[in-house]
Structures are given as C-alpha cells and as structure tokens.
Write a protein that binds this ligand. Structure first.
Ligand code: GLY
Length: 417
C-alpha cells in the first residue's frame, strides 16, 4: 500500500514508524516530515494544508491511503478534496472536523447525543462573558471557541487572568468564548478509530499539559505521556465507546457530517463519572508516541479499513503488555518565544538504551548537517518496559544523554504510576 502522511511532529514520526512496520506498506511519503522521519520514509516539502497540492501529490504517487496528522489540514478541507478525487483518507472532512474546530459545536453535538460534559455558556459579547464568569465562579475555565494551537484554554482562579484570556478570544473576528464548569479529576485520552459507523478504541493514555513539574507553569502542547493507565477502571474503554464515542459518531452521521478518522476523547474521571473535556479530530501529541509504542498489530491496514468504511471487518488492534513512557524535550523559551538553532547531541547514545526510540519534532540540520532545534517541542524520547516505572527509568536515562543548551524537560512524567 502506498501511503501519504501529512505532518511534521513527533506524533507523525510515531505514525510513520508504525506505518512502515506494517508489511502491507510498500511506500511512505511524508509531507513535510522532519529529519527523523526522513531516516525511515521519503519526505517532501509542501504545504499540508493546501488541498490542491496534497491532492495533486497523492494522485501523482498513486496513494492508496492518506493519513492526516494535524488538525489544520482537516479544518481546511484537505480530506474533502482527497475524497472528491476518490483517494481513501484517514481524517474527517471539514464539516466533521468542527468537533475540534468549534468547541460550541462540540457542546451542541454532545447535548444532542446525550454525552456527559461540563455545563458551558457560549459568549459572543463581553457582557455575556463577564456574567458567565460570575455565574460559574472559580476556578474559571475559559476556552476559545476556535482553534488556538494548544493555547485556547485557561484554567485559573485569578478573575483578571480569565478576563484577559476571554477578551483576547472575543477580540478576534467572529470570536466566541466558552465559560465552563471546572471538572475535577484525572484526565484521560482515549483515541477511537472511526469509519463513520464503527468505532474501534485504541489503548488509553495520559498526557502532561503544563510546562513544569507538579503541573506548574503555562499550558503547552504536552510535555510527556504514558500508557497503560493501570489505575483507571477496568471497563473504561468500553464505557467511553458506549456512552461517548459511538453516540457522537452516530449523531455526526445523522447530521450528514460522517466522522471518518480519529476521534480523540479528552476525558475527566470526576466523582460523578466520566465527563468529556474536549474532542479532537486527530491523533493526540504526545499520547500517540506512547500508545503506538505498545501497538503490536498492523496500523496501515486498520487506518485503511477506516478510510474505506470496512472497520467492522478489520481485526481488533492488539497491545503489548509492556508500558510506554514518552518524555518531551522542549527548546528554551517554549511555550513562548523559542530560541532556535541550538545544537542537539547525544540522540544516538539515547537510542542505544534498551527499549528506547527517539522521535523528532522541531528539529532541522545546520549547514554541516548537524542536528539543531528548530521548534518548541524538539524531541520525544519514548521507552518501553515491563512496567510504567521500568519504562520511565529508561526514558529518563536516555533523555539524560541528550544535550541541547537550555532544554526544558519535566522530571515527573509518569512518576508514581
Ligand atoms: N495532547 C493534547 C493534544 O494533542 O491536543
């Protein structure tokens, strides 16, 4: 099978690794990819959000499957253009991608499908927003309605901080902001592969969104992850599929917005039961790095079955009993203004630690071909082991061998799990 994969992060490096491990894969092209992906697949510089460029490339290479990594191409309608050209694609069309692109739309779908989530007020004016902050009280949960590259959500007890974030969201053209009830309890990410009707869950994972140890500091795209969640209820996956993913997929079909792709269920396990925190319409980053490290069945066949409406016929994914832990190495300045260009050394030594592989994200090569940091999250160091603690020890041993001046690494990923 010839596959085109869109994206350039560690999530796409993990996807590329799993796709090339599937014997059904005969060719993998990644747009635009990164230096790590270039070691295992063909990379090609093009804009993954350009529907015309992606469709032309997919047609030229004879792609039998296109897998879309990030959300931006989905919201931009790249999957629609590919489907119109008759090319199977794993990723929802723009109408279904609104589940991530508009938090107000996601709330509307959940209400219609009877899916449990936090109560929310959707505000279009300052007066509505100000009143909602008073009505819901602290801690304030303020969410940008639209896509915000991981910077859309602020949870704070400081009313001024909540006000500032909400005002910034409202200031954008057509801007809306949601104020929600605070959901107390551990967060869980469960990815569901969907073909518009059938839902196949992957293994649950947990990510660490804040920059600093102990969940201190600003929100980031994610600083680490692990799987499995040995502390979670035994029937967690079944509960999520039955009460959340399947009703949402059915409701989307009823609306004529068939959901084909990855439904990322971001959940809180509250005292009152599971509640949806958010939906995303693509694989999560950094959870994918840990989840796919445990996958023992072919990925390309599964995603192709979803893209072609045959998920009910596909063998269920299988999982290693081993645990996986992913620790992210971020550049100085992240998640603010990032210092780029720093030399990265020690990746080879890190990969020599048993059970470890290193995935690239914000990396590039300098004029001498040496590895440098080019983005916020630079590397994901993934380790497997017989327990979460064993995997964690290997991940930290390996990341300790990598050097980047000013690198930021949380030291408590998967601690006490
Ligand atoms: N791990 C959070 C995300 O992928 O959005």
């Amino acid at each position: 099978m010839k596959i085109l994969l869109l994206g350039s992060g560690a999530r796409e490096h993990a996807l590329a690794r799993a796709l090339v491990a599937d014997p059904a894969t005969t060719e993998l092209v990644v747009v635009p990819g990164n230096p790590g992906i270039a070691e295992i697949a063909t990379t090609f510089k093009a804009d993954p959000s350009s529907a015309s460029d992606v469709t032309a490339l997919a047609a030229e290479m004879g792609a039998e499957l296109v897998v879309v990594g990030p959300e931006a191409p989905l919201v931009a309608g790249v999957a629609d253009a590919l489907r119109e050209a008759g090319i199977p694609v794993f990723g929802p069309g723009a109408k279904a991608a609104r589940l991530e692109g508009s938090k107000a739309f996601a709330k509307e779908v959940m209400a219609a499908a009877g899916v449990p989530t936090a109560e929310a007020a959707v505000c279009s004016t300052f007066a509505e927003f100000d009143a909602a902050l008073d009505r819901f009280g602290a801690p304030h949960v303020v969410k940008d309605d639209g896509l915000a590259a991981g910077k859309g959500v602020v949870v704070t007890s400081d009313r001024n901080e909540a006000l500032a974030h909400g005002l910034a969201c409202l200031a954008r053209e057509g801007g809306r902001v949601l104020v929600e009830d605070y959901l107390d309890g551990p967060e869980i990410s469960l990815f569901c592969v969907c073909d518009g009707a059938t839902v196949v869950p992957l293994a649950p994972a947990q990510d660490y969104k804040r920059l600093g140890d102990g969940d201190a500091g600003p929100n980031t795209g994610g600083m680490g992850s692990y799987s499995p969640l040995t502390w979670a209820p035994q029937d967690l996956t079944e509960q999520v599929v039955t009460t959340i993913a399947q009703p949402v997929v059915d409701e989307m079909a009823r609306r004529g917005a068939t959901f084909i792709g990855l439904l990322y269920c971001g959940l809180a396990l509250t005292g009152q039961g599971l509640r949806v925190v958010e939906f995303n319409v693509r694989f999560g980053d950094p959870e994918t790095q840990a989840v796919l490290a445990r996958l023992t069945s072919p990925l390309a066949g599964l995603l192709h079955a979803a893209a072609t409406g045959r998920l009910h016929e596909a063998p269920a994914p299988t999982w290693s009993d081993d645990a996986a832990v992913d620790v992210v190495l971020a550049a100085p300045g992240y998640p603010g203004e990032v210092d780029r260009g720093g030399r990265i050394t020690g990746v080879g030594q890190a990969q020599a630690v048993p059970g470890v592989h290193v995935l690239h994200a914000g990396t590039g090569r300098d004029y001498r071909g040496r590895l440098i940091a080019t983005g916020g999250r630079v590397l994901s160091v993934v380790a497997t082991g017989q327990s979460v603690a064993a995997a964690r020890a290997r991940a930290y041993e390996a990341i300790g061998l990598i050097h980047l001046d000013g690198a930021q690494v949380r030291t408590d990923i998967a601690a006490d799990r």
